[in-house]
Design a protein around this ligand. Structure first.
Ligand code: BG6
Length: 468
């Protein structure tokens, strides 16, 4: 229902981007179809199925590959004026480099053209956790040759689709492959090695800068940026030891990517922490200059939860593999609000704190909320007699976060849009279909039948009214 601005409490700036984010491996399905090469997820699912919730793998993602037309119509029905998806590197280049897969070119052209025909702006991300298997065999992000292959892949995407795509992103949450793949065992190759994690992170930053350099050198008129999961670090108390713990967590998890992406430099304190432990990555003479000179035009912020920390209570075991938690302990704050299904704290003001930090310490760079959402288990129980899931908790979750985004805008934050995670219930890396995040539900029993949830109708109203 369209209402007048005076009837709304929270009105957003004209042209605000309302939409959602998705990723290729989580949405497309058809993991072996039409010449797609395997990526690390296809391989890991095949070789260690037990690691996946109910044994479900990426092949059973919601089949966006074959149903994109129906899905783009649903994007419109849920009020999207913009939509982020990622290109599957191993669909475009089955071997990661070399011969291009024309069927993939056709597919992404169709997706982009169909979105544009419906006046939905495509936001295209190049890397969302899905390394082509053949490049992982070369060492993945540990390897310099993979950085070069990525720049070639990015260049191919710019050349093929850059006449229509105006918003590009080099990575989604690049810290995740480093921490989950090289420290915590959640992503392939599930190595535990801090030095390798640092190398992976450094190469991701370098790859991003090189892709930005390439994009700008091709004289496109659009913008290129990166999507980061900036998780504010809150200390337990104002005790100097707690403050130091929070600062170190912030340096490791946030500023490691935020500073080089926006300012072109790594924080000196982070460098000295890494040097002290002999963890500095190897790099070539020009790398730091490339990073310095090729910062982002725009920043996407994914926000789900805060990080609460305190000073370490016990000395770490020096014989155990080095972990970020050598610098701090997690703080389990009494009374915190939780999403019990995902085990993540809900702290709405965190989104405001991030935006204020960007405003005050990062030149108020143009940004948008690129992911925010809540994953809930067994949503079927909320189905009404018409088969629509009444997910009022999701609507409240969005509203409570949007109030803080609105507040930041009133105070001058340069935030241009709000994308939720996610458009449609999709396959998750660790949880498959356990927790559902979508504005649209998927019925796995009925051939992935799509049904708009109550939140999807609400989102349409939100976008139509440009506020609530
Ligand atoms: C984001 C990722 O961090 O969180 C998505 O960009 C992911 O890929 C989302 O799906 C939700 O996390 P999860 O683990 O519950 O799927």
């Amino acid at each position: 229902m369209k209402v007048t601005a005076s009837e709304l409490k929270y009105v957003f700036p004209k042209g605000f981007w309302w939409g959602s984010a998705s990723s290729a491996t989580q949405m497309e399905g058809s993991a072996q179809a039409d010449g797609k090469g395997p990526n690390i997820w296809d391989y890991w699912h095949e070789t260690e199925t037990n690691r996946f919730f109910n044994g479900i793998g990426p092949d059973q993602a919601p089949q966006f590959y074959s149903r994109y037309k129906e899905d783009i119509k649903l994007l419109k029905d849920t009020g999207h004026n913009s939509f982020r998806f990622s290109i599957s590197w191993s669909r475009l280049f089955p071997e990661g480099r070399g011969e291009i897969n024309e069927k993939a070119v056709h597919f992404y052209n169709e997706v982009i053209n169909t979105l544009l025909a419906k006046r939905i702006e495509p936001f295209v991300n190049l890397y969302h956790f899905d390394m082509p298997l053949s490049l992982q065999h070369e060492g993945g992000w540990e390897s310099r040759s993979v950085v070069e292959a990525y720049v070639d892949y990015a260049t191919a995407c710019f050349t093929l689709f850059g006449d229509r795509v105006q918003k590009w992103f080099t990575h989604n949450e690049p810290i995740v492959p480093a921490e989950c793949g090289y420290l915590y065992g959640h992503h392939y190759p599930a190595v535990v090695d801090f030095k390798k994690a640092v190398q992976v992170a450094f190469h991701s930053v370098l790859a991003s800068a090189k892709a930005i350099e390439r994009y700008h050198s091709l004289n496109f008129t659009g913008q290129i940026g990166i999507i980061l999961n900036v998780t504010p670090s809150y200390p337990r108390s104002q005790h100097p030891a707690d403050l130091e713990a929070a600062e170190k967590a912030d340096l490791l998890f946030n500023r490691s990517f935020l500073d080089p992406s926006v300012k072109g430099t790594f924080p000196a304190k982070l460098v000295s922490m890494l040097r002290e432990e002999n963890f500095l990555p190897s790099y070539e003479p020009d790398d730091l200059m490339i990073i310095r000179e090729n910062t982002v035009d725009i920043l996407g912020i994914n926000y789900y939860q805060p990080r609460r920390v305190k000073a370490k209570e016990h000395l770490p075991n020096r014989n155990a593999p080095f972990m970020p938690e050598f610098y701090f302990d997690y703080y389990d704050m009494p009374g915190k609000k939780m999403n019990p299904y995902r085990g993540w704290e809900i702290y709405e003001k965190g989104i405001y704190d991030i935006l204020k930090n960007l405003q005050e310490n990062y030149g108020n760079i143009e940004c948008f909320i690129s992911e925010n959402g809540i994953g809930v288990e067994n949503e079927e129980r909320f189905k009404n007699s018409e088969g629509i899931i009444e997910d009022d908790y999701r609507i409240s979750f969005y509203k409570e976060h949007l109030k803080w985004v609105h507040q930041a805008i009133q105070e001058g934050a340069n935030v241009k849009g709000y994308h939720v995670w996610t458009f449609m219930d999709n396959w998750s890396w660790l949880n498959a279909y356990k927790n559902r995040y979508g504005l649209v539900s998927i019925d796995l029993e009925q051939n992935y039948k799509r049904t708009i949830k109550k939140s999807g109708y609400w989102f349409k109203e939100l976008a139509t009214n440009n506020g609530f």
